[in-house]
Unconditional design. Sequence first.
Lengths: 341, 274, 344
Amino acid sequence: MINLQDMRDTARNMLAKNEVRGVIGYRRSTNGMLAEPVVITKPEQADELIWDPTCFHNLSLYLVEDRKFLAHTRAKADLPIAIIAKGCDARSTVVLMQENYFERKDVYIIGVSCEGTGVLDERKLVKKGIRATNSAFDGDDFVFTTEQGEQRIPAREVMADRCLECRECFPKEHNIVLGEDKTGRQLDAPFTALKRFEELDPAARWEFWDHQFERCIRCFACRSVCPMCYCDECIVDSTSFPVTGQTTADEKANRVKWIERSATRAENMTYHMTRVLHLAGRCIDCNECERVCPVNIPLRLLNNKMEREAREQFGYEPGASIGGPSLTASFLDTDPGKFIR
Amino acid sequence: MSDNIYLPELARITHIKEEIGGERSIKTYRVEPVEGAAFEHECGQCAMLSLFGRGEMMISIASSPLIKEYKQFSIMRVGRVSAAFHELEVGEVVGIRGPYGNSFPLDDWRGKNLVFIGGGVGLAPIWPLITTALAQRADFNNITVFYGARSASDLMYKAELDHMRSNADIQLSVDKAEPGWKEFCGFVPANVLDKKPSPDNTIAITCGPPIMIKFVIQNLQKLGFADEQIYTTIENKMKCGLGKCGRCNVGKDYVCTKGPVYSWAQLKELPEEY
Amino acid sequence: MEKILAKNKLDDWVAALSDWQVSAPIMEDDIWSYKASKGKVQLEHSNTVQPPKGFSFPQREVFFSFEQIKGQPPRLTPIQPKAARHAVFGVRPCDGAGAVRMDTVFNDQFQDNYYQARRSNVAYVGLACNKPQGINCFCQSVGGSPVSSQGMDVLMTDLGDRYYVAAVTETGKALMTAGGKVFGEPSADDKKKLKQTHADALAQPQRAINNVDAVPAKLKASFDSPLWEELARACIGCGACTFLCPTCHCFDINDENTSSSPLRGNRVRTWDNCQFPDFTMHTSGHNPRENQGARLRQRVNHKFQYFHENFGMSQCTGCGRCITECSVGVDIVNVVNKVTEHVG
């Protein structure tokens, strides 16, 4: 079990000793029982930090935001920034470093082990008809506070799918770590949900995605929440082309419009297909994209498909090590297919 | 057509003049309706120009309301639509809808001195005002036009300005000294401070890059102009021109309907969101 | 016109509306959304994820198509929205109030006939909220009520085994008249029960915006508050809050080409969102709202200050969707309270 006091003390001490600029963590939101991301910069804010089953956000997104902010304001950071990172969050931090988005010394990773319980899937809880005002980890259970009193539920019943299939709930890359290493305590085989889906015949799968993409409203929450979607310029919206005083009229005029703004099925499909391809070998299955989708498009199936292809074809594991090769920028002599030689 | 607020009318380009060359060139276009009469407008109003297949852009109308047969627009080549506009030739047909926004209260200014202060392409939005005032010259006292650009080759409406010299005090400037330039060298606000127009019974109207406007207003205040004597016209990104698409607001005002013309007394009450 | 409808007669009423397309909240893909009813209407929904604003303001609207053969003038063909009569059941009072705000925007100064063509064919059959639909409801803080008939054509109230059905507009009367004998006359007891139900609904606790009458002025005074930046720190700049808002009306207009030679395409309106960084970016690259704090301020001030100054009402109707659906905890009630509490 993670002792919340340890987390708070760690953050407080580091801020007090001026070892980090800030700590990216979780605090209680004003929206019911949920946690929300926060960046604390003063030691006295350390007591705001929390750790409970609603800490599902992948905070490495805020490392990207921090980088962008520094670049935009042309500020120089003398100190690293600290981040509370679960196993999956640490892996995405590794991918970002692999891609040189920032350096290892820029980040202080306060690892938190999920110890095999993972985090909550709010929708599963809603389906059980439970309206809770608080949640807590307790061994293999989640404990919820409801109007009817305390309700204890085995974590695996309401745990996020990705956590059920998680192979690495322990943040291997860390400066310090809280909680025990319970790697190997995976509850479902990897790609269980994907396998189930692939049992459908191609026509049924097509119909399925047709239906899913039909209702995408292109709010871009999936893209905005993804730490890997850090591009300044994204092909899906012609307008987010980063224009500066130096951008020439020609550059603006000749910009290719790949995707229309209309949220029609074909355009939506192009958007999601493009995104998933750009995530191949980079997505570490934090599944934030699916969680934040207001219309419940099961984006994890797409990401998982890419992940499994990379694993089966190339033995590739995203976010394994900072110095390791990236999927699309490296090749092996043993790679299947001859086109590369 | 009139009940469809988004449907442009077709207009033919009858005249094109290149004011300034280069990558960010400026061209002046005259357009006439393909059918019927053009809409009426007032000084300071804008219109949405369409290039079908490319999109729309909001441009201030640069011709005097006294001219009924055509409307004039001076367009700098800066973006997707304007760059494509620059490829057009005389005779081609574009879309136009408008007029949009409020206008300068020229009628209230009769009998007064007018000081116009423009920079770069910012001369275009106040050009209808200048030309209308000059066409009704007897209604106004002294008329002064300050106008400056980076260099002499960046000055637009050069010939027209020269023609005006008999009727108005024309004060041109370039940012940096260059061979053959005999008038003021330096930024427009500095030229204003140098020539010291009197605030007595005077209205000053300025348009140009935001930074220029800022210093012009400061210098006018130094010369004793009250906030109510200073007018400017502002711009923001626009899509509809009708106060509905929701992006051009400065505080509670949509610039496309409540603006673009503001006295400094009005504008300083609004947040600086432009 | 006020009637009683037994719950098991609801489908008979719907069946009687043969001149109308009927939509109602349906649970599909684990979310409530308005769908064609297919003859069965069950009103046991909590509020839908998407408000009904799309019935009159769809995410995509084609204004006109254009065609241009080289050397010839372009030909424009305006597209009129298909105007089938549409009855939407189960609309909650916050969304009815939302329709009033949308009507205000699209009819102010210049009438938007695309909006109006759809709107005039949509009838809202509302359902009062006997209990708040979620933990983030705050309609009573923004001039609304869980039993309000604002924006509705009919307002239904759940009285257990029956609905109390009241016409609000002439269209509403027509809808009820079409139902004919499926309705009964309300008894004195029904009326008493209605009164009690509404009183109970109004007494249900909700979230609250503090000192709401002072909010517009206080926001005006807080424009330069450093809190905006701080409160937007977690914001990821997506469009969930605005796209799901019953009153957000901002849009973009683009040309979507279907052929380049001859040039063919459509001029299309699509929803847009003030939280996207490029929403206000000038062609020059200058952006009057450069950071997420300024963009959060715009969303909040538009709802609680600017709309109030322009139209004398809050644009926010307190449905709570932007709170519930925000993935990182940006909470408009909290933001308004936090920003305004520091102003005297």
